[in-house]
Design a binder for this molecule. Structure first.
Ligand SMILES: Nc1ncnc2c1ncn2[C@@H]1O[C@H](COP(=O)(O)OP(=O)(O)OP(=O)(O)O)[C@@H](O)[C@H]1O
Ligand SMILES: [Mg+2]
Length: 411
């Protein structure tokens, strides 16, 4: 359980200094909702924003040096905003549930004296009381600092140095690895472990129909991988574990793709696994290799939206690619419905599709623009005065965007 109420990104490519939602220092801002759609012309930083989430996930998995090189990032020097004098930094404002107090995670990545990327500083704080000042329960600078053991959410160090709870001095030997990974692996640091689990459950979706066409060995798997190459296995899992939801997905797919009568996983004698699609008018089923890109994609999204234990943060880039435009409004509505309003699932979507955006409200949509220096700025659509006025007249946000209203705005 958990979601981010806000994120601040600094010096990450074209995102020199952006904030979405509520953060530790922007307490009066509205928290992020459960569906966040990001729009803006080409080059304004949508993919960079998606990649910032991917970068954090990669830092967790492979360490900061390898993360700078992964995913065609080209290394730290290419990644950091041109002209930046400060490190790449992130602030996540996280909340586990309605009844827990928010946690702030701050991370700074810089080059060391030998020119290698390293974790310059990392800090976790949790607010005390309803409006209290936060206490740090982990703070590491150049690998040195402290962490607090246990589950007590009051424990931590105040800014004046006074402490509550079990403080332990910490010294890390590997500055390429995140402290939360090293410390969170130890059972006694329960709060850090829990936060780490939240970050580990992020999913960045780069679905590729070609990958989905690969033949796989039969083995039920609960989660789609980044490119969707195990779609057959995920379908097999849901078919076995959660038949009701599987039926529901099929019904939804059928309502959009009236030619598809049935989809079912088929296990072959040699242990391989494929999906069979029964199409109207044909006696024999087709296998996933022969299905259209859009059909596979839609099926993958519906599997993703109906995961049994959903991953808590899902980022999808341009879901509209390869999909018939008439499906997009319904897909957006389905995503909004599945994201709900609780703390179990949050969806971030970048999109170029006004049809998709039309199904969303002005609070769900964020607009990336460029400032005079060429860096990105971001603003919630509902914060533009013209949006308020037009929305009251019933004009959907996608139409405003298509009509270039946002582009004529000063940043
Ligand atoms: N280190 C950097 N500092 C500043 N700007 C950078 C840096 N690296 C890349 N850029 C710029 O960031 C932009 C990247 O844009 P991005 O790919 O995020 O856009 P997008 O909104 O996804 O566009 P599209 O709609 O075409 O997918 C490019 O214009 C590129 O010139
Ligand atoms: Mg892009």
């Amino acid at each position: 359980m958990g979601k981010i109420e806000g994120i601040k990104i600094q010096n990450y490519g074209v995102l020199k200094d952006i904030v979405l939602g509520k953060t530790r220092t922007k307490q009066t801002e509205k928290a992020l909702g459960n569906l966040i759609a990001i729009i803006g012309p080409s080059g304004n930083g949508k993919s960079t924003l998606a990649d910032a989430f991917g970068f954090i996930a990669d830092c967790l998995e492979m360490g900061v040096e390898a993360a700078c090189d992964a995913n065609n990032r080209g290394g730290f020097e290419k990644l950091i905003s041109q002209g930046a004098a400060e490190p790449i930094s992130f602030e996540l404002y996280y909340r586990e549930s309605r009844n827990t107090r928010p946690i702030t995670y701050e991370l700074e990545i810089d080059l060391d004296k030998t020119g290698r990327p390293y974790v310059k500083s990392e800090r976790l704080r949790q607010r005390v009381g309803q409006y209290g000042w936060p206490r740090s329960f982990m703070y590491l600078q150049e690998g040195n600092g402290y962490a607090f053991e246990g589950n007590d959410d009051e424990a931590g160090q105040n800014d004046d140095g006074s402490i509550i709870g079990e403080k332990k001095e910490v010294q890390l030997s590997d500055l390429r690895r995140l402290g939360i990974v090293t410390i969170g692996a130890m059972k006694q640091y329960n709060r850090i472990e829990k936060f780490l689990d939240f970050l580990k459950s992020w999913y960045l979706c780069y679905f590729s129909p070609d990958a989905a066409r690969r033949i796989q060995t039969a083995a039920p798997q609960p989660y789609l991988d980044r490119i969707g190459s195990n779609i057959n296995n995920v379908a097999q899992y849901m078919y076995r574990e959660n038949k009701k939801d599987f039926e529901k997905i099929l019904q939804e797919i059928q309502s959009k793709l009236p030619n598809i009568e049935k989809i079912e996983p088929k296990k072959f004698e040699n242990g391989q696994m494929m999906l069979r699609f029964y199409e109207k008018g044909f006696a024999e089923p087709f296998y996933s290799q022969r299905m259209s890109d859009g059909t596979l994609k839609l099926f993958a999204y519906y599997l993703l939206l109906h995961e049994k234990n959903p991953r808590q943060l899902v980022f999808i880039e341009e879901p509209e690619n390869g999909l018939y435009h008439h499906y997009l409004g319904e897909l957006a509505e389905e995503m909004k419905r599945e994201a709900g309003s609780g703390f179990s699932k949050q969806l971030f979507i970048t999109t170029h599709s006004p049809f998709f955006v039309n199904a969303l409200g002005p609070d769900d949509v964020w607009v990336l623009m460029k400032d005079a220096e060429g860096y990105s700025t971001i603003k919630r659509a509902s914060e533009f005065d013209f949006v308020k006025e037009l929305a009251e007249e019933g004009v959907p946000v996608g139409d405003m965007w298509y009509s270039k209203y946002f582009e004529s705005m000063e940043v």
